[in-house]
Design a protein around this ligand. Structure first.
Ligand SMILES: Cc1ncc(COP(=O)(O)O)c(C=O)c1O
Length: 371
């Protein structure tokens, strides 16, 4: 019997686009707003990396060259015992990370404003099976004293056992923890037998803003597991769970699959992270987004009727505006209400926000305030 012969020519090599579908793009690519850093597109260097990683075959589920290299890069960033687990999205990363820290009867102390508490449709509770114990804060930041409001009741089977703390860096309110603050929280939590998770959807903005080695406020500060964000900093999609305490890595291997976060074509998440991390693009992009937020703050600070509600320590500005102004301004630029009850809005900048975007936005705000 002769073997089958394949006369079909190999498909044309990807990475050489044959042009866009007729009538594309469907959107106006010059329009940018201030709604969210995930409204932005993909950084061109990341897109180029995706194309360069394309073609041929690579072992699936993470045993590819890109994921292997990413593992080394993450060890370089966070220390030799760091183990990385690329995943699809931030909500999944948080659920997987938290599950790796606490048993079925465990609870997680977090700020009431934490994304895990208000913006994940209860995924940590419903998918992860974890009780959240939320503590109100002024600025989105926990402290040892605030943690103590919910860190009690161990040994009482009537109470979900507080066994972990979750911090968001930078916070949902645009503030950030210093290395000293994270260290104090981790020391306190560990002394109570609790582990510490960091939701670093905007870790890059914190690193760029603090101007310090990222280890200072993660591995060196005592964080046990970290969600390292990519999507808000120019990736098409993808986050990376990084186990900093060796005992969490074992569980993550299984939890990632169980929680539906194991990508078969993982090389494409890893390749994007490599594009971000290897040449410092993650810090350059985040520093730019932070700088645009500062520019916006400076442009609107002191305007009659504008009350800035939080310090600007990352890429977001929070403000209270006079009645009606936000809605009129929104006809020209997209952005979200943060707390409608007090007319507080949130303006987010991203890697591709330009100085001109900020200046035009500030001018539009001045116009609307003057009406
Ligand atoms: C602080 C924080 N954590 C996690 C997430 C979740 O990311 P995703 O939308 O990819 O699930 C977000 C997204 O807005 C976020 O702001």
């Amino acid at each position: 019997m002769t073997s089958p012969s394949f006369s079909t020519p190999a498909p044309s090599v990807p990475g050489t686009p044959s042009g866009s579908p007729a009538g594309w793009p469907l959107h106006d690519p010059t329009v940018r707003g201030f709604a969210s850093d995930n409204y932005s597109g993909v950084h061109p260097e990341v897109l180029a990396a995706l194309a360069a990683a394309n073609g041929g075959h690579q072992v699936s589920y993470g045993e590819d060259e890109y994921t292997e290299r990413l593992s080394d890069v993450m060890k370089g960033l966070f220390g030799a015992s760091a183990e990385s687990f690329p995943v699809f999205n931030g909500t999944g990363a948080n659920v997987v990370s938290l599950q790796s820290l606490v048993p079925r009867w465990g609870a997680v102390v977090c700020a009431t404003t934490a994304h895990i508490n208000v913006d994940e449709n209860g995924a940590p509770e419903r998918v992860g099976g974890l009780k959240l114990l939320a503590v109100p804060t002024e600025d989105g930041k926990l402290t040892p004293e605030l943690i103590d409001r919910e860190a009690w009741g161990w040994g009482d089977e009537h109470r979900a056992q507080p066994l972990a703390v979750s911090l968001t860096q930078t916070t949902e309110l645009g503030t950030r923890y210093t290395a000293e603050e994270v260290t104090a929280i981790a020391e306190h939590a560990h002394s109570l037998g609790m582990k510490v998770h960091m939701d670093g959807a905007r870790l890059a903005n914190a690193a760029a803003g603090l101007g310090s080695d990222v280890r200072a406020f993660t591995s060196d500060a005592g964080i046990d597991v970290l969600t390292f964000g990519g999507t808000k900093n120019g990736l098409l999609f993808g986050e990376c769970v990084v186990a900093l305490a060796p005992e969490t890595a074992h569980a993550l291997k299984y939890l990632r699959k169980m929680d539906m976060q194991l990508a078969s074509k993982m090389r494409f998440i890893s390749a994007q992270f490599l594009a971000l991390l290897e040449g410092g693009l993650w810090l350059r992009s985040a520093a730019h987004a932070n700088a645009m937020a500062q520019r916006l703050r400076s442009a609107v600070e002191g305007l009659d009727g504008v009350e800035l509600t939080q310090p600007t320590e990352s890429n977001g500005v929070f403000a209270i505006l006079p009645d009606g102004v936000a809605d009129r301004l929104r006809e020209r630029f997209r952005f979200y209400d943060w707390d409608p009850a007090r007319r507080e809005v949130r303006w987010m900048c991203s890697f591709d926000t330009s100085e001109d975007d900020v200046d035009r936005f500030a001018a539009a705000l001045r116009e609307e305030l003057g009406r």
